[in-house]
Design a protein around this ligand. Structure first.
Ligand code: GLV
Ligand code: MN
Ligand code: MN
Length: 419
């Protein structure tokens, strides 16, 4: 049976949060591993579970025009602007269970606690479960939060998943109208701020022996899709010097990216996380390869220079090997600062819970990167075991989840809108 939320006594926040994390993680397309992708039956089932938890906490809950789960807990009177909380409930493939759901589930637990104590605040609280933050299915990311911020790029509707299904088709199959995504957009006047609690996904808090940290900024990122075309041929008959091997070319590009980023300057990191070689047979020289590149740094000018340098190196490699190149930017986000006035309120809540205040930047991307277009954003990180994330071993200890919830609840109850 699920533990009840009983407020600030004991570890029950943490235990209930961990229980709900496990319940949501059971919704997966791949038994034995967690994969919950945008516009799939698992997306729908996850949304239903989250909406049931919201309704239990006396929130009005609905699915918006892009599949975000939206829950609203009215303030002292109906219709007040809201403090928006939340995170995403989509996952990467073979994911950890805490990345995203921790922020959604904790925010609902805080509202449930307010409801149990009969507390209504001079503002509404909304909890949003964003439908696509990871960008696994289509070559774009932050789709849910961009729709809410009114910055959804309609041209993304034509992008295809690996099976050739367009986003437009996938939305229709899911039961959403791709021509009405605009209905998900929120007006800046409706939202006082966006605050997200999230697993740190790195090793810093653990090394500092701290359960929580206040985020200063979210590092900017560029993602590229690369296609190399050579000539498919017989693995036994074409002499090495006469080959146009697209996969060998991709391998050289990948090593060049790794070497370029290995200098570790300005927080620069580069990853090739997906590669596909065609036609994909042991005895055929690969004629076509597609792969992705993910480049990040909290210093935007440096990231842009790095991307330009990496593209130049790829062009040289491709030219020398007689390959053809198609390279496109599929995602670009600037570094997003967390608002100092919100950071101060989170820091005050951290202190009041008896924890030292520690500030750190986020190397991972988050929905705040889109929400910044309509409101000020801030984040609270919760310690991650071993710094492991985007991995099934990802873990948050229940006492840390508990402290995170207490800090968030305290921040909510003391929240003072800007000015
Ligand atoms: C999301 O998890 C990202 O940082 O890519
Ligand atoms: Mn995340
Ligand atoms: Mn993630």
């Amino acid at each position: 049976m699920e533990a009840k939320v009983t407020g600030l006594a004991g570890l029950l926040f943490g235990e209930q949060i961990a229980g709900r994390i496990d319940a949501l993680a059971a919704i997966t397309e791949a038994p034995g591993q967690l994969t919950r992708i945008f516009l799939t039956p698992e997306h729908r089932a996850g949304a239903e579970m989250i909406m049931a938890w919201m309704r239990e906490a006396e929130m009005a809950a609905h699915l918006d025009a892009i599949g975000n789960v939206c829950g609203r807990y009215e303030g002292e009177r109906p219709g007040l602007p809201c403090l928006m909380l939340g995170s995403h409930y989509d996952t990467v493939r073979d994911a950890g269970r805490w990345d995203g759901p921790l922020g959604v589930i904790t925010a609902i637990a805080c509202v449930a606690d307010l409801h149990a104590r009969g507390v209504r605040l001079p503002f509404a609280i909304e909890v949003t479960g964003f439908a696509d933050e990871e960008g696994v299915r289509f070559a774009s990311t932050l789709l849910g939060s961009r729709a809410i911020a009114g910055t959804f790029d309609e041209s993304a509707l034509g992008s295809k998943d690996r099976r050739g299904v367009t986003m437009r088709q996938a939305m229709q199959t899911f039961g959403l109208d791709p021509d009405h995504i605009g209905a998900a957009a929120r007006a800046p006047a409706e939202v006082l701020a966006y605050v997200e609690l999230h697993i740190e996904q790195g090793p810093v808090l653990e090394a500092k022996h701290l359960p929580v940290g206040v985020v200063t900024a979210i590092a900017g990122a560029t993602r590229l899709a690369v296609e190399l075309r050579g000539i498919a041929g017989h693995a036994g008959t074409v002499p090495m010097a006469l080959r146009r091997d697209a996969l060998a070319g991709a391998a050289e590009c990948i090593v060049a990216i790794e070497e370029f980023c290995a200098t570790d300057r300005d927080g620069l990191v580069g990853t090739v996380g997906y590669i596909n070689a065609m036609p994909g047979a042991t005895n055929v020289i690969p004629g076509m390869v597609s792969f992705t590149i993910d480049i990040r740094s909290p210093r935007d000018p440096f990231r842009k220079l790095a991307v330009a340098d990496i593209v130049r190196q790829i062009e040289e490699i491709v030219k020398r090997r007689g390959l053809q190149l198609d390279i496109n930017v599929t995602h670009e986000n600037r570094t997003v600062p967390c608002a100092p006035w919100l950071q101060q309120q989170i820091a005050a809540a951290v202190m009041a819970e008896g924890c030292p205040v520690f500030e750190l930047p986020s190397g991972a991307g988050h929905d705040g990167m889109a929400m910044i277009d309509i409101t000020d954003v801030a984040m609270l990180f919760v310690r991650c075991r071993g710094g492991v994330s985007h991995n099934p071993a990802e873990h948050v200890e229940a006492p840390d989840a508990d402290i995170g919830a207490r800090v968030l609840l305290r921040m909510i109850e003391n929240f003072a809108p800007k000015g």
